[in-house]
Design a protein around this ligand. Structure first.
Ligand code: AMP
Length: 280
């Protein structure tokens, strides 16, 4: 694996890969890698000749009171994991290189896909995500980029950007990787005490209960949501933020749930926010 620290060098490397006629897949991350990220590498290897992974904790997608400063940064471990799993190029640009003007003047607005749910709880979050993803796509110019279902609204916003702005990039969404007990893997799970982890697990359980109820034939979103809410509301120390049945592409709430729609949820345990989703 080759480590690449600047945009100029990354462009140079990409030109070399293209000159050899090779295809490129891309996995953007913020590091603190876990098995969820690593399965995206497997997927990326499956679909192209060369795999680029980026690690960049993007200040633009964090709100002023969020965890940008304390976000876990474990670059040495990440590089070992990425290399072992088969990444060809690890791109780790600096903040100064990515945002020389400190904050960009031009940003990408997610529109209706990014308005509700995470977009409502975290104003401007998806602007930050789409702006950095657009920049990274322009630097790396991949054939395919791989995202995780774990951040389903993010994946939907990226797909909408690629469609509406005609990016020549295919988007793949890989399934959420979970711990044995069902907790969705997340870089933020390392913030959780054992007690908080138990509480956080209830979000996944509520989503699974909604999926089970759908499997038994329930189609009314309000009834499915009530099933999940009942599980979240009876727990002290857990603050539910949202839980809803939505269309997995538009992220608009649905009244009648169909196969392929999603249940999305977010909770706060202590200082940590957890999100998760399932596809019906
Ligand atoms: P992050 O580093 O949190 O920005 O995530 C980078 C990519 O990894 C995103 O596309 C995430 O959706 C994906 N990802 C994070 N956690 C998981 C997981 N548990 N399973 C699958 N993909 C994940």
């Amino acid at each position: 694996m080759k480590s690449v620290g600047t945009i100029d060098e990354m462009r140079h490397v990409i030109a070399g890969v293209r000159a050899k006629g090779k295809s490129i897949s891309f996995v953007p991350t913020m590091g603190a890698l876990h098995e969820g990220h690593l399965t995206l590498i497997d997927e990326a290897k499956r679909v192209a000749d060369s795999v680029v992974m980026s690690i960049f904790v993007n200040p633009l997608q964090f709100g002023p009171s969020e965890d940008f400063d304390r976000y876990p940064r474990t670059l040495d471990d990440d590089a070992k994991l990425a290399s072992k799993r088969g990444v060809d190029f690890l791109f780790t640009p600096t903040r100064e290189d990515m945002y020389p003007e400190h904050a960009p003047v031009v940003i990408v607005h997610p529109g209706s896909v990014g308005k509700e749910w995470e977009g409502a709880v975290r104003p401007r979050h998806f602007e930050g995500v789409l702006t950095v993803v657009a920049k990274l796509f322009h630097i790396i110019m991949p054939d395919v980029a791989v995202f995780g279902q774990k951040d389903l609204q993010q994946a939907a916003a990226v797909k909408a950007m690629v469609r509406d702005l005609n990016f020549p990039v295919g988007i793949l969404v890989a399934p959420t990787v979970r711990e044995d007990d069902g907790l969705a893997m997340s870089s933020r799970n390392r913030y959780l005490s054992p007690k908080d982890r138990e509480l956080g697990l209830i979000l996944s359980k509520a989503l699974f209960a909604m999926r089970d109820a759908f499997g038994r034939g329930e189609r009314r979103a309000s009834a499915l949501e009530a099933t999940g809410w009942r599980m979240l509301e009876r727990v002290a120390g857990l603050t539910p933020r949202y839980l809803a049945a939505v269309n997995a592409d538009t992220f608009q709430r649905v009244n009648n749930v169909r196969h392929g729609d999603a249940a999305v949820g977010a909770v706060r345990v202590g200082e940590t926010r957890l999100i998760d989703n399932i596809i019906f």
